[in-house]
Design a protein around this ligand. Sequence first.
Ligand code: PLP
Length: 400
Amino acid sequence: MDHKNIKHQDTLCALEAKVNATTKPHKIPIVASSTFQFESIEQGIEIFKHQPGAHVYTRYGNPTIEAVADKIAQLEVFGSDLTGYGLLCSSGMAAIHNVIQTLLEPGSSIITQGNLYGGTTEQFQRIFLKNGIQTISQDLSDLDSLEDALRITRGTKLIYLETPANPTLQCLDIQKIALLAQRYDSKLVVDNTFATPYLQQPLVLGADVVIHSTTKYIHGHGVSTGGAIICKEELLFKQIWETLKLVGTNSNAFDAWLINLGMKTLALRMKAQCDNALYLANKLSTLTQIHKINYPGLPSDPNHAIASKQMKAFGAMLSFEVGSTSEDAIRFANKLKLCTIAPSLGETDSMILHPVTMSHLKVLHETRLKYGITDSLIRLSVGIEHAEDIYNDICQALTP
Ligand SMILES: Cc1ncc(COP(=O)(O)O)c(C=O)c1O
């Protein structure tokens, strides 16, 4: 409506300001509109018929969110013949929930490893168990016992992997597990948060769905919380989108915009962080105060062969034991000056976490030990600082 035809300022206050239609922003706009208007009821009917893709309401889909989801999907299938279909969620946990909720029903099972991110384990045990979905946790590097589990488990099955795993950096063979999943008519879902699509492409290796906590490396700057779901089958993508739309776990235009901004430096950050992590792993392995280092980039690490096969570089997460008790690890952590104690990862600055008092506090002692999550284990998310400064900080914190 032409402003000249409005009789009262009150009405003008309430109306939308208009952008010049010929303006073309160089950067993706933040389309912060909850809903999208139609020229007519007939056009509305047509647009409603053709979702997803057409815009009706942001919970159903939004141009900023979709553009960023699509970019992550393109990264996940880059260099292959696959088509990637992406969705963005409010968090990594929401992404995991939407996928499991879509693929499984009461009576079905999640077959997974015992050393997952603690929140994922809790979601499986506390939310899905109530919905009649059981979790079978075992060492997924033992492919024979995985095959046994697939053979004897009744109902719909889903294999859920995290590789490298949090916080022990265990790597699992995606290609071999994908073949088993296919043989037993099961879907394979991979949490690719630690590796990012820059280092590892699970869909190309045979997985059906990839999930991310974009809160970590994909965004990389620690000011946005989000999750991503990437599929290679359009039908599956549409089914998961239906769940996302009905549960309302969508992202928002501002977070999507922040994720996009962070992703521009994903390759640069990953290169610098992986180089720093390799440098630190080598240096730390010479120190007597450090008893065990988990880093797949070390040729002596039991995960080196699998990581070399399926990852472009070995990632920027490592974990190590300081002394032998929880107190030893806590004393060390409290003395760090450059590395921050914070329960997240994948940002530009180095961050440490003590799993047994933080991320894995609720995991049973026995289970923790079985998967190498010992009392003195420290997890380090290596940043882009100069590697020598990180090393010096660790050394000064190790001095009695
Ligand atoms: C490997 C992994 N997956 C999923 C999540 C959950 O992501 P969010 O915190 O974005 O919900 C985390 C969180 O730390 C994680 O480390």
